[in-house]
Design a protein around this ligand. Structure first.
Ligand SMILES: Nc1ncnc2c1ncn2[C@@H]1O[C@H](COP(=O)(O)OP(=O)(O)O)[C@@H](O)[C@H]1O
Ligand SMILES: N[C@@H](CCC(=O)OP(=O)(O)O)C(=O)O
Length: 262
C-alpha cells in the first residue's frame, strides 16, 4: 500500500537547549525514516517547525523575544540553517529538500491556493525530492497568520488529499495522568471534548503550539477525512511500526464515517 503522508515535526523535537543548536542525530534519524517510507512508495510531505527555535538555540538566546521584527529576523537565520541540516542528512540517501515557505494568504485565497498546490504536486512528483514546508515567518503578519504549524499541516493534509497526517512531537502522543501521577498514552481518540480534558497548560520551552493546538489540528484534519496520528518524533525510527505495525505508543484519531443514507 502506498499512501500520501503529511508529517509535521515540532521545534521541541528538532532543537536542544540554548547554545547547543539543532539536534542533528534526530534530523539524521528523521531523514532515514523519510527515505525508507519514500523508498517503499509513500509520498511524503514534511511540515517542519524550528526556524525560530534553531536561531534561539544556536545564538544561545534564552528568552523568546516579543518584538516582531526581532522574531522574524531570527526565523530568517534559523530557517536557512535548518534547511542546510536537512539537506546534509537527506543527501546521504540521495534525497534533496524542496522548500516551500507559505503564508496564510497563500492558502486562504482561491487563485493563490491553486497555484501553491500545483507547485506542491510538482515537487511531490519529482523523484528524490522531499517537500519541506514552513510558515513564512519572516513576512507573515500577526493578524493574518496560522501561527502554529499544527494548523498549517492540517490545512496542507486536507488540500493535498493526504491519507495520513502525523504530528511528531516530543512526547508519545496525548498522555493521560493517573491518580498517582503516572502517565499513559491514549492510543485512540474518538471524543475530542474528553481528549481536551487531558491537556495541561505546558509546552516545550521553544515551542509554539502545545497539545491543544495538535488536537485542534487533528479535529480539522479528521473532519476532512484525514486520519491523524500524534507520535514521538524522538522515536521516529519506529514510525512505520506506529502507523502500520504493533507499536501502540502513539495516539491515533480516525475520521468518523458519515452516517448511512436512509
Ligand atoms: N495531555 C498531554 N499529553 C501530552 N503532552 C501534553 C499534554 N498536555 C500538555 N502537553 C504538552 O504538549 C507538549 C507538546 O507540544 P509542543 O511543546 O508544542 O511540541 P512541538 O514543539 O512538537 O509542537 C508536551 O511536551 C507537553 O508539555
Ligand atoms: N514557524 C515556526 C514554528 C511554529 C510552530 O508551530 O512551532 P511548534 O509548536 O514547535 O510546532 C518556526 O519555524 O519557528
Amino acid at each position: 500500500m502506498s499512501e500520501r503522508i503529511v508529517i509535521k515535526i515540532g521545534t521541541g523535537v528538532l532543537t536542544r537547549d540554548a547554545g547547543i543548536g539543532i539536534d542533528e542525530p534526530i534530523v539524521a534519524r528523521l531523514a532515514d525514516t523519510l527515505a525508507t517510507l519514500a523508498a517503499s512508495g509513500h509520498e511524503i510531505i514534511l511540515v517542519s517547525s524550528g526556524a525560530v527555535g534553531t536561531a534561539l538555540s544556536e545564538l544561545a538566546i534564552d528568552t523568546r523575544p516579543t518584538d516582531v521584527a526581532e522574531l522574524q529576523s531570527l526565523a530568517a537565520i534559523g530557517q536557512a540553517r535548518l534547511m542546510q541540516i536537512y539537506n546534509k542528512h537527506l543527501g546521504t540517501h540521495g534525497l534533496t529538500a524542496g522548500q516551500m515557505l507559505l503564508t496564510y494568504s497563500d492558502l486562504e485565497s482561491d487563485g493563490r491556493r491553486e497555484r501553491v498546490m500545483r507547485t506542491l504536486e510538482a515537487l511531490v512528483a519529482r523523484p528524490n525530492v522531499i517537500p519541506i514546508i514552513n510558515e513564512n515567518d519572516t513576512v507573515a503578519v500577526e493578524e493574518l497568520r496560522y501561527g502554529d504549524n499544527d494548523t498549517l499541516s492540517a490545512v496542507i493534509a486536507t488540500l493535498g488529499h493526504a491519507d495520513k497526517l502525523v504530528l511528531l512531537t516530543s512526547v508519545d502522543g496525548l498522555l493521560a495522568t493517573g491518580p498517582n501521577g503516572e502517565s499513559s498514552t491514549i492510543e485512540e481518540i474518538s471524543d475530542f471534548t474528553a481528549a481536551l480534558s487531558h491537556v495541561k497548560d505546558e509546552k516545550g520551552r521553544l515551542s509554539v503550539g502545545g497539545m491543544a493546538s495538535k488536537l485542534d489540528a487533528a479535529r480539522r484534519a479528521v473532519e476532512n477525512g484525514v486520519e491523524t496520528w500524534i507520535a514521538n518524533g524522538k522515536r521516529c525510527q519506529n514510525l512505520h511500526d506506529m502507523l502500520y505495525g504493533n507499536d501502540k505508543r502513539r495516539t491515533r484519531i480516525t475520521p468518523t464515517p458519515p452516517p448511512p443514507k436512509s
